[in-house]
Write a protein that binds this ligand. Structure first.
Ligand code: LR7
Ligand code: MN
Length: 557
């Protein structure tokens, strides 16, 4: 019998066989674990990129200076981030045809990119992985420069200097890559910081990236290829989600495009494939895939960059998208280009205190930015926004719109109506389907419904989450976000129910508007607020103020 390289006596044989099997098992476990983690340490990276500059970096030492190690602080698994390595193999998430065809690329002389990354309190390992993924997976000739803006991080104030030293040493004079390191003494927000970065950039294109991303193999080429065909185009890669707890990298959805609602919140919208259209082909999108976008730097500056009056965080990519489309540009999402991003569950930073006591600082900042977008671009449709966000009326804006008006006239930008017609018909649908929308007011109080099955109450119209109602033209349903509808049930009880889809289910949810009265079709009673705090159903009386309800916005019939 033969085992372990020697003939053996049967008595010893079982020992050899068991030992051999255990070895196999251990090997298998190690192999599977490695395969799952799939990270490469700095040594392997050398072989991976066949470059020597990573040699200089004792990156474990570098990240050991991370002063903050709580997960709560970063809103992702910092320990895993430190353990996972400087770079790791990522799954191929794009369609196989993306790798088999050769993109037709312009020369690097006329098509290179400046990457702008603004960060605030980012973990060293995370920022480093973002940078190293860029350096490793971007063709050198096309990567013109990297602009890092430390937006007044309060922890780890030496990170930028350490990075500067390390990257200086690593790159020396050998690499042509330009490096710009900026630090805001005071936190200015990502919008201001990105503008500052872009104003100093010198590449043909500019790309904005979050500081916790990993670009995937071949991410840049498909974007360059599209941009080279049309100077007014701006592109987004397809975003692959990275889980904040497990850091697992998943495939993003190619069937979604970017959009927003009338509150000016970002939403993914389902798209339809045209005949012959394949999943991996670039497709037009009303707004960018979140905040990652690449476009001609000159075109970006001509459009006035990100609106400089937007504060801290939020809305800048929606604003840029609207002005781009209206002023002669287009936006495409390119599924052959993949970038991973950690989608955190909560903000990892505070918003500066604001003036409005009924709104949180985060809400007020976002509302402030949304108001600027509404006032600058939405024309008469801004009423839709105010109907849904009445609190925005109270927010003061401390500037004029001269600069934007200049851009709008100079570039002969379309009115917002054009965007509704040609770019985002989804938004337009609201007008056709709804007869009225927004807050529902009776005298100085508004009808407020907190959750399903709860009885609606009357509350201050200025509550930041005051219920926004939609009156559906066809079915007569009065719904909150199309999920729950106002119904009259047993014992004339008024409550929210799941919106019925068929005729029977809908019967108790059908309302008819008689002037400002809301008549319940089944019971022939009117919605009433006789005691100023509770809604009841009672006999309709034509001049009763307690039965008069006004929507914030009436649609034309
Ligand atoms: O005050 C701040 N200063 C900053 O520099 C607050 C944040 N930041 C940095 C921060 O470190 C991060 O790098 O700005 C970046 C975005 O902030 P996140 O990551 O905390 O928020 P987010 O992921 O929700 O950001 C989304 O919305 C922003 C709205 O202003 C921007 O548009 C972001 O680009 C957008 N991110 C994405 O859509 C993910 C895809 C980006 C990629 C890759
Ligand atoms: Mn982010």
């Amino acid at each position: 019998m033969y085992a372990g390289g020697k003939y053996c006596a049967p008595r010893h044989c079982s020992f050899y066989i068991i030992a051999f099997l255990i070895c196999q098992l251990v090997f298998l476990v190690i192999f599977i674990r490695n395969d799952r983690n799939d990270d490469i340490n700095a040594g392997e990276l050398l072989a991976y990129k066949n470059e020597s500059f990573y040699n200089y970096l004792d990156w474990r030492l570098f990240i050991s200076h991370t002063p903050e190690t709580s997960e709560d602080f970063y809103q992702y698994n910092i320990h895993l981030s430190n353990a996972v390595g400087l770079i790791r193999k990522l799954p191929v998430t794009r369609h196989s045809s993306c790798t088999t065809r050769n993109p037709i690329l312009p020369s690097p002389l006329e098509a290179n990119v400046s990457v702008v990354i603004s960060f605030h309190n980012e973990a060293r390992s995370m920022l480093l992985r973002t940078i190293v993924s860029l350096l490793s997976r971007t063709p050198e000739d096309y990567l013109h420069e990297l602009i890092l803006v430390d937006d007044g991080s309060q922890r780890d104030v030496t990170l930028l200097d350490d990075l500067k030293r390390w990257m200086g040493a690593v790159f020396g004079s050998r690499y042509r890559l330009g490096l710009i390191f900026l630090r805001n003494q005071e936190r200015m927000g990502l919008i201001w910081s990105r503008n500052r970065g872009a104003s100093l950039a010198s590449g043909r294109y500019v790309l904005f990236l979050d500081s916790h991303c990993e670009v995937n193999e071949g991410w840049l080429e498909p974007l360059l290829e599209r941009l080279a065909r049309n100077t007014n185009l701006a592109v987004s890669p397809l975003l692959d989600p990275i889980d904040p707890t497990t850091l697992s990298y998943r495939k993003g959805n190619e069937m979604l495009k970017g959009g927003f609602d009338w509150s000016l919140h970002f939403h993914w919208l389902k798209r339809k494939l045209a005949n012959q259209e394949r999943l991996e082909m670039p497709y037009q999108s009303p707004v960018f895939a979140g905040g990652v976008l690449m476009m001609s730097r000159e075109w970006f500056l001509k459009l006035g960059s990100f609106n400089p009056y937007l504060k801290i965080w939020g809305g800048e990519s929606i604003e840029l998208a609207i002005k781009l489309w209206l002023c002669g540009g287009q936006i495409e999402i390119v599924p052959c280009s993949r970038i991973g991003h950690i989608f955190r569950r909560r903000h990892a930073f505070d918003f500066p205190p604001q003036s409005d006591r009924q709104l949180s600082p985060a809400q007020e900042t976002y509302l402030h930015n949304s108001k600027i977008i509404a006032e600058s671009w939405l024309d008469e449709y801004k009423n839709m926004f105010y109907a849904l966000r009445p609190a925005a009326r109270r927010i003061p804006l401390d500037h004029t719109y001269d600069e934007l008006q200049r851009i709008r006239t100079e570039r002969r930008c379309h009115p917002f109506e054009w965007y509704l017609r040609h770019v985002s018909p989804e938004l337009r649908m609201h007008f056709d389907e709804l007869s009225a929308t927004g807050t529902l007011r009776n005298e100085d109080r508004c009808v407020h419904a907190r959750q399903k099955d709860s009885q609606p109450i009357l509350a201050s119209c200025y509550l930041s989450d005051i219920t926004q109602w939609s009156m559906l033209r066809q079915s007569g349903q009065l719904s909150t976000h199309r999920e729950f509808c106002l119904a009259v049930g047993f014992g004339m009880r008024i409550a929210l129910e799941a919106c019925g889809r068929n005729e029977t289910a809908r019967r108790s949810q059908r309302w008819v508007r008689l002037g400002t009265h809301l008549l319940h079709a089944e019971t022939h009673l009117c919605l009433d607020n006789p005691l100023k705090d509770r809604l009841v159903m009672s006999t309709c009386r034509s001049h009763a103020v307690s039965q008069s309800f006004q929507f914030a916005l009436e649609m034309e019939g």
